[in-house]
Design a protein around this ligand. Structure first.
Ligand code: SAH
Length: 395
């Protein structure tokens, strides 16, 4: 093995690393000693040569993603131990042996000290998504760690990184099983059944992060007319049905998503005619909803993927929410979300406040929602807080 390259920091640029922030930006680097390629393991050193940690290097403004702080070189058991820690946390939170839930996020990137790696557990199948080349290169070690930690709870590991790896890296990753095989399956979340298609579905197949928010919604749904906008697999829709809604409309611009929603509703409530689903653009659909709904869910995709799209994204949230405030029935409840990482909690609140003000209605905040325990936020990496939601009462 060739010796590790060292990334030497500029004098005075070590503060964020010493405070355990996992991202090293290229502007903080004085020089690199040794040859490096995208994804290589490197050591990060202060200008006096002291090692701060180890990470994977990458092309781009985040030059190194650090996963091990301190002078000791991570050894062969490193990934297994990280996976063990992640699994232990989910166990303590009651997710690994829950009677009515068999889907959870096992590895949440920086939140679990594994920057660049996502692993979702679907009733035996783990779907991996590497966002960095470094993590993709260690995938075999990750699989070994998963086998050791999950034991007979593991049936298969599917790698779905082809679309998430940085395109500049020029590696030709193909999606496929790294261990075992399984077919697209069914999972249960708080007793609700979902078909999950990790081969073709969005992200790893399912939006696990809305689990607790879907459950909260069901508590408010009794006798309500519900609009689930951006429904994808329909989770909020049948949570509303479970909670006793008397009408549920699901809308998504993707025909595939509407197909999935209809299948999932049928799986949970066969022959139930309270539900109807529509393929439509959100902004068009909400043009004319008049006062048809008591409960509206707005869970759009990330409007801003990058910081330079922020102000446009905030306009988007404002326009969308304004339509809901203007038309929701008196005494209605709005569940509204943003999953854009670059939109802060405050940014989002301000956008929603402006939307409320445009409608001139009296609006109160009932809940401020976030991401669930299996999407933990590393306290040294506040950027990991991405899901923000408000539950609002509209007089
Ligand atoms: N609420 C869902 C997740 C939503 S993901 C859940 O609980 O699982 C966002 C969804 O928005 C995707 O399914 C995508 O197809 C849909 N979408 C994206 N742009 C849209 C638009 N302009 N109008 C309607 N749906 C849209």
């Amino acid at each position: 093995m060739q010796p590790l390259a060292s990334v030497i920091l500029k004098k005075g640029k070590e503060e964020s690393m010493e405070r355990f922030h996992p991202w090293l930006f290229s502007g903080a680097i004085e020089r690199i000693e040794g040859a490096v390629e995208e994804g290589d393991l490197v050591s990060v050193q202060k200008s006096d040569g002291k090692i701060i940690g180890y990470g994977h290097c990458a092309i781009g403004s985040i030059a190194v993603r650090v996963f091990s702080f301190g002078e000791n070189l991570p050894d062969d058991s490193f990934w297994k131990e990280k996976i063990e820690q992640a699994f232990r946390l989910r166990g303590k939170m009651g997710l690994t042996d829950a009677p009515d839930t068999n889907v959870y996020r096992l590895i949440h990137g920086e939140g679990d000290g594994m920057p660049g790696l996502i692993a979702d557990y679907y009733n035996g199948t783990v779907v991996l998504q590497a966002h960095s080349v470094g993590m993709w290169l260690v995938r075999e070690a990750i699989v070994e760690g998963l086998k050791a930690v999950l034991g007979n709870k593991l049936v298969a590991v599917y790698d779905k990184s082809a679309k998430t790896l940085p395109f500049k890296a020029n590696i030709e990753a193909k999606d496929g099983y790294l261990y075992g095989a399984s077919s697209a399956g069914e999972v249960v979340e708080y007793g609700n059944r979902f078909k999950v298609d990790w081969l073709e579905g969005q992200k790893t197949g399912f939006f696990i992060d809305q689990r607790d928010n879907r459950r909260l919604l069901s508590e408010y749904a009794k006798n309500k007319a519900v609009l689930n906008m951006f429904c994808y697999t329909g989770g909020f829709s049948f949570s509303a049905m479970r909670g006793g809604a008397n009408l549920v409309h699901s809308v998504d611009s993707s025909a595939k998503a509407i197909e999935l929603t209809n299948e999932n509703v049928e799986l949970n409530f066969p022959g139930d005619n309270r539900h109807e689903a529509f393929v439509a653009d959100a902004f068009d659909f909400m043009q004319e909803i008049k006062n048809k709904y008591d409960l509206i869910i707005l869970d759009p995709p990330a409007f801003a993927k990058h910081r330079n799209a922020l102000s446009q994204a905030l306009q988007g949230y404002k326009r969308l929410n304004a339509k809901a405030f203007q038309q929701i029935r008196p005494g209605g409840i709005l569940f509204t979300f943003s999953c854009s990482q670059v939109v802060t909690r405050n940014n989002f609140r301000e956008a929603v406040f402006s939307a409320a003000a445009m409608s001139g209605r009296e609006v109160r905040i009932l809940h401020q929602l976030s991401q669930p325990v299996d999407h933990p936020i590393n306290i040294y990496h506040p950027e990991g807080e991405y899901l923000k939601g408000l539950v609002l009462y509209v007089e």
